[in-house]
Design a protein around this ligand. Structure first.
Ligand SMILES: NC(=O)c1ccc[n+]([C@@H]2O[C@H](COP(=O)([O-])OP(=O)(O)OC[C@H]3O[C@@H](n4cnc5c(N)ncnc54)[C@H](O)[C@@H]3O)[C@@H](O)[C@H]2O)c1
Length: 415
């Protein structure tokens, strides 16, 4: 007998909620039955009906939503996370029978925020799934499966590199470091750090098996602090990068230790909001003894050419690719971005896990570990030092650390 579909409620109805809806369409066993958001909720419900993902009721509050679904997905901006989770916890305390909670990256803007989320979920015995889509990307998973026998014979990877880059985010709040939590390191560094850590991990070991030893990172403002770009930002997004800038470039190296062998291995990450190419690029590669892999999402099996005259008729560049910057010429087109970027498989994982009463493959405690690495990268960039993650004093400092950029003091560092 088939079990009933998991009823999902979305808190937030913006960019990522729409992406996740397209992903859910490709997953059996879950439907969108509720949504609450200050903006976009009726439109998301209409899209859900159109795609056949579920008849979603629009609720006025998180509390009402929680009473009527099996699983809540937090797809709201970073600055709203803790308050939303407190509302979810209050609703569960009042008797709502919730099975699980999903949270988009980043779990928190600081270690303290991420820890608060983990503690709230634990105190109400809620199953959790941290949505880091890149870990679920089929190209990443397939290379691991393909290389499994080779890795067992030759030994695991010793270096991975991962990057997520595009020309800048789609909503004003992402650009405001005090609301988003920083610049590109907070926004996309969490993806690349997680993807690099995961790809580096020996096959068959848990996601936190490799022990972080040190972080060495740099952040910079390479494009959006310059004229005329910062004027464009002020005009279009209402954020003044003269006064409260955020980094548009970040890079760093994290060293991990394999606790079984003592071997030190490294993962390098690079992120930018000043990548003036076709659109979003996810790049990952890895080197093992005698073998390697490489993923580049700008290489598509589908290329389309649109000349100048024909381009006049095309309105939406993003129908080709997320964050696409061009409507003409030779375009890279990804025909199923929700699947390529891992959204379908993270939904399938959460559905399977919550239906079975378990945490997802990446529980919130994992999101907390990633938040710690992101904060260590900011600390390293501020101090211009390698941060020792084996030092208990450093770990204690990271518990309450708030980066200068997040405090609105990025100008002290970036100019
Ligand atoms: N995995 C990815 O690649 C990826 C991509 C984009 C965004 N995200 C993450 O998803 C989250 C949302 O980003 P987005 O791009 O959808 O943002 P968005 O601005 O496009 O949409 C945000 C939505 O949340 C709603 N909202 C705002 N405040 C709220 C509150 N207090 N309570 C409930 N809803 C509220 C807004 O009305 C809107 O519907 C962010 O945390 C972001 O980091 C992840």
């Amino acid at each position: 007998m088939r079990s009933k579909p998991l009823r999902v409620g979305s808190v937030g109805a913006g960019f990522v909620a729409r992406f996740q809806l397209i992903a859910m369409k490709q997953v059996r066993g879950m439907e969108l039955t509720g949504v609450t958001a200050p903006k976009g909720a009726p439109e998301l419900a209409a899209l859900s009906a159109k795609l056949g993902v579920g008849d979603a009721t629009v609720y006025d509050s998180v509390a009402e939503l929680v009473k009527n679904v099996d699983c809540v997905a937090i797809y709201a901006p970073n600055y709203a996370r803790v308050a939303i989770m407190e509302e979810i916890a209050a609703a569960v305390k009042s008797g709502a029978a919730l099975r699980g909670v999903i949270c988009e990256k980043p779990l928190g803007r600081t270690v303290a925020e991420a820890r608060r989320l983990v503690e709230l979920a634990a105190s109400w015995n809620l199953r959790t799934a941290y949505f880091e889509n890149q870990v679920f990307m089929k190209p990443l998973q397939v290379q691991l499966a393909q290389l499994e026998p080779v890795q067992k014979q030759m030994g695991p990877f010793s270096l991975t590199r991962s990057a997520e880059e595009h020309g800048g985010p789609h909503e004003a709040w992402f650009w405001d470091p005090t609301r988003q939590g920083g610049g590109v390191l907070c926004d996309m560094g969490c993806h690349s750090i997680a993807a690099g850590w995961y790809a580096l991990t020996p096959i068959g070991k848990g996601t936190t098996f490799l022990q972080p030893q040190s972080v060495n990172a740099e952040i910079a403002l390479l494009k959006w602090g310059q004229s005329p770009w910062r004027d464009t930002l002020l005009r279009n997004r209402g954020v003044d990068y003269r006064k409260t800038p955020a980094e548009d470039f970040a890079t760093g190296m994290i060293t991990y230790k394999n606790p079984d062998t003592g071997q030190k291995v490294k993962s390098q990450f690079t992120n930018s909001w000043m990548f003036d190419k076709q659109g979003l690029r996810l790049f990952m590669d890895g080197m093992g003894p005698g073998y390697a892999f490489e993923v580049n999402t700008l290489v598509s099996p589908l290329n389309i050419f649109i000349g100048d005259v024909a381009a006049e008729a095309l309105k939406d560049a993003e129908s080709a690719l997320e964050k696409a910057t061009a409507t003409r010429g030779l375009l890279a087109v990804q025909h199923n971005e929700a699947d390529l970027y891992g959204y379908t498989d993270e939904n399938a994982d959460a559905c399977r896990a919550f239906t079975a009463g378990c945490d997802g493959m990446l529980p919130w405690s994992y999101g907390l570990e990633v938040a710690r690495l992101v904060m260590a990268a900011y600390l390293s960039a501020e101090r211009r030092q390698v941060i020792d993650l084996t030092d208990p004093e450093v770990l204690a400092e990271l518990e309450t650390f708030v980066p200068l950029v997040q405090q609105g003091r990025g100008a002290e560092l970036l100019y």
